[in-house]
Design a protein around this ligand. Sequence first.
Ligand code: R5P
Length: 292
Amino acid sequence: MFVVSGSASRSVATHLAREISADLADIEVRRFKDGECYVRVRSNLENEDVIIVQTTYPDENIIETILIRDAVRDFNPNKIILVIPYYGYARQDRKFQDGEAVSARAIAEILSTDIDTVLLVDPHKDHITEFFKTKAFVCSAIPEIAKYLMNKNVDVVLAPDKGATWRAEKTAEILGCKWDFLEKTRISDEIVEIKPKNVDVSDRAIAIIDDIISTGGTMAKAVSEIKRQGAKEIYVACTHGLFIGEAINKITSAGATEIISTDTIESSFSKVRVAPQIASALRDSIFKLNYI
Ligand code: R5P
């Protein structure tokens, strides 16, 4: 069995190969002077189970994934599994206005060709799996994020809104603490109050958990409100840390104690590895083989 790493996912691929005792394929990826991508796989993948690991963000990594798949396919492997640690375009998962492209579907269709199974890590919405034209599964980084938070003595885990409270609930269950979500109440035309629906945060250590931090606007607003309400420590955690522009500054100056993300998008905030959850999903859902 081989793991083939795209250039956006070296950390995930390396640790995954270790977790499942697979070989890491020898691959060359480079750019021509005009920016076009070149891929060559040197390991012999004939009759092997092959796991391609590549985050499809930014756009150039979509092209790289397509080229890796093409190179892999020509070896006639036994099976090709595509693991996408961060699936970009997931937030345009439906038409919000007439005439819009459903980007999550369009990219999923392109990536499905010649792939036996797809595994996504914390996609923005689970129904995105239905857009792939092959079997697609999801797994979550939440158990690994919770493990990281274990020695922080967190009192309450918060979801930044009531859209996806399961992440806060699951993290709190692992940590053995309370959870809640931030509720927006319109006080007047000008004033919107944001506070935890049920739990008092004053003098408590709080963790706020989201799937994505992009511009940091959502988290910065949540952190400053929680800080104003007297929280003593505020840990900000997400699976996918895009950290666009001034995101880190915004969240830090709002009063965050620490910012934590995983290695689905590699940065200096990637303190949590998702490979153990990917390995476990491959064992449980996809291979059901003894040798992993
Ligand atoms: C929204 O549905 C997501 O879960 C995140 O809260 C959002 O994408 C974060 O974006 P930003 O960091 O730009 O506020």
